[in-house]
Design a protein around this ligand. Structure first.
Ligand code: ADP
Ligand code: MG
Length: 305
């Protein structure tokens, strides 16, 4: 993988790549060089801190200024999504340190949910109270200055999603670890793996700022999942939502280039949930996580597409 970097300043969604190092026992057997355009690219030698400084930190100023920002980690299972987002030195920890750097004078609260089989569940309530959340959208009055802007005036609400004020880094970690445990408990109850759901951590900052951090489900192909009907259902839901996300990102970046294509938000709950976060003046960063070697070549090519 070459670390070609191009810049398209009009893109609504910055798309960047991170190639992880080979794991112990993995052979480095892929000698080919391929070139793909990304806004930035990170080699196996680059740290999460480098990615944070270059691509995440500038977006936090937008959140503090009252905008909505969404950061996704996308890629096959084992490509490094969780490592990048919630690892020991992952982006989530660095974001929280940054938000509380000023000594905690900002009003910050959080929510944490997962989308399993395209249905949202609150991860910050006890698993015994686990139930599907409703997603409602309300449309405010007013004239849309641009009829092609399909998200104008739309606000997404999850009326039963719990939100929790946090006043320190330590308080965040206690709550977040609870959510992470609930994610895997939910996965066990459902005879699933936690990487079979999308996890959405949201920070509400000040009066208007919003930051979504997503650890997406692995994008593995169907023939890896065998004949287990539950796995097939999971795979289908994951593929539907990830391809909807791909179409939304494609349409948004095309639109900022001027074509005015309609954005297909409604084709999955993942994109519906994020529809007021991925249009208008909102910004997003898609981190494509990649694994090395021939074993992952097909997945790598699918991911970068
Ligand atoms: P995913 O969430 O995409 O399934 P993980 O984040 O769990 O993948 O990563 C799979 C394995 O690779 C883990 O053991 C993780 O620690 C390791 N790993 C991933 N990315 C890196 C990296 N950039 N540097 C070192 N180890 C990594
Ligand atoms: Mg993971």
């Amino acid at each position: 993988m070459a670390t070609t970097s191009t810049s398209t300043s009009t893109a609504r969604v910055r798309v960047i790549a991170r190639l992880r190092p080979p794991l112990p026992g993995e052979v480095c057997d892929d000698g080919q060089t391929q070139h793909y355009p990304f806004h930035s690219a990170y080699t196996p030698h680059d740290t999460s801190a480098a990615l944070f400084t270059r691509d995440v930190l500038p977006l936090l100023n937008n959140v503090l200024g009252g905008s909505t920002v969404t950061i996704f980690a996308y890629g096959v299972t084992s490509s490094g999504k969780t490592h990048t987002m919630q690892g020991e030195d992952g982006i989530i920890g660095m974001v929280v340190d940054e938000l509380f750097k000023g000594g905690g004078e900002l009003d910050i609260s959080m929510s944490y949910l997962e989308l399993y089989l395209d249905a949202p569940y609150d991860l910050l309530v006890p698993p015994t109270q686990r139930r599907k959340l409703q997603i409602l959208s309300t449309v405010s009055r007013g004239t849309n200055p641009n009829p092609k802007n399909t998200t104008f005036g739309h606000t997404i609400h999850l009326p039963h999603l719990s939100t929790h004020p946090i006043s320190s880094v330590a308080e965040f970690h206690t709550l977040y670890q609870r959510g992470v445990r609930h994610r895997s408990t939910g996965a066990t109850l459902l005879n699933s793996g936690s990487s079979r759901s999308h996890a959405v951590l949201t920070f509400y900052v000040g009066a208007k700022g919003k930051l979504h951090l997503l650890d997406l489900a692995g994008s593995e192909n169907n023939n890896l999942t065998g004949n287990d009907p539950q796995r097939m259902r999971e795979s289908a839901a994951i593929n539907t939502s990830l391809s909807a996300l791909g179409q939304v990102v494609g349409a948004l970046n095309e639109k900022s280039g001027g074509s005015g294509a309609r954005i297909p938000y409604r084709s999955s709950n993942l994109t519906r949930l994020l529809s007021d976060a991925l249009g208008g003046t909102s910004l997003a960063l898609l981190i494509v996580c990649l694994a090395p070697g021939i074993k992952f070549r097909g997945d790598l090519v699918r991911s970068v597409k």
